[in-house]
Ligand binder design. Sequence first.
Ligand SMILES: Nc1nc2c(ncn2[C@@H]2O[C@H](COP(=O)(O)OP(=O)(O)OP(=O)(O)O)[C@@H](O)[C@H]2O)c(=O)[nH]1
Ligand SMILES: [Mg+2]
Length: 381
Amino acid sequence: MGLFSKIKNMFKGVEEKEESTILSTETVEEEKENSKGDIIPEENVVEDMPQDVSSPKKEKKKLFVKKDKKEEEKKSVKIYEKGLSKSREGFVSKLANLTNKYAKVTNEYFDELEEILIMADIGVSTVMDFMDRLRDRVRKENITDPSLLKEIIVDELFIIYVNDEVLSNRIQYRENGPTVILFIGVNGVGKTTTIAKLANKIKDEGKKVLMVGADTFRAGAVEQLREWSVKVGTGFYGKEESDPASVVYDGIEMAKKEDYDVVLIDTAGRLQNKVNLMKELEKMNKVIDGLVEGGASETLLVLDATTGQNGISQAKAFKEITNITGIVLTKLDGTAKGGIVLAIKESVGIPVKYIGLGETKDDLQVFDIEKYIYGLFKDMM
Ligand SMILES: Nc1nc2c(ncn2[C@@H]2O[C@H](COP(=O)(O)OP(=O)(O)OP(=O)(O)O)[C@@H](O)[C@H]2O)c(=O)[nH]1
Ligand SMILES: [Mg+2]
């Protein structure tokens, strides 16, 4: 069975059977192991739990947590499906049409396929490699029927992403002292909204979150973040018309004094002035390094998926001036060009950690390549 069939089987059950086990046994075991830093810390579910493992109450609690995870998994698959509907209607329906149009795999078929993939923003060099591999497989496996190629295409796209690397897309939380996460990216990509969404997620995990408004460049930017902090219900520190690094300093001092677990810092992104931006980021990082052992845990670059190849150029430019630990790809709900995820992986090699699939505080999802592939191609077979 191909990879895609496996993924499809994995998530099909989510839609059909209310009580089906979504996670395989291994995943459940793994989830249990990881549950310390997980969405619902078990100790937070029922405050007054006795420590006795054999207690029936504890068993009940465990079941409750598991069911909650199932519900969450189900919700998350649905958000992927809904958020990727534009992409699905775009390039995926073109792929399906292509299969119907050709009775045989011909050179014209390959040319058209190549064009569809490039239009989907996968990136020219990735598409070229992909086409070579596909032609190779077609030759070796003697495939003439285009409908047999559909699954192979999806599998090969998946392979481009995974590419025998272990992609770590989990946020690294610090044991002691606040975990500092810096958000960077050009104007309007969705930095502030992403902070609100992520704060909401982290808060639901039982952590104390502080938003710090260090975008002191654009008028109203600090106030915009403050409004989000009220809506989401987190702490806030920010000051207009001051030096961003000094805002970062005061914000982290406050976080340390008031025992915040996570500090999310909003910055201004003026890429038109690369040298200044680099200096500013350096200055901020110096301040963070001085206050928190090991410095910022994450620097997340926010990219707008609707800007396509322009987004890739931004990633390359930012990569030159600072150390990026992950990418947040926003507005994937608003584009038919879902291939950008693959292009980012291929051209900058930085993991996509989160994707934005809408404008509300619930529309941020941890990036999961399996759900992504399922959300994109579910109608294709
Ligand atoms: N559809 C959709 N819209 C989004 C998403 N993320 C952000 N937006 C919208 O994009 C616009 C810009 O978002 P902001 O969060 O203000 O962007 P920013 O990077 O902070 O912008 P500046 O502060 O001007 O640099 C807003 O209208 C958001 O609602 C997303 O995932 N999907
Ligand atoms: Mg902003």
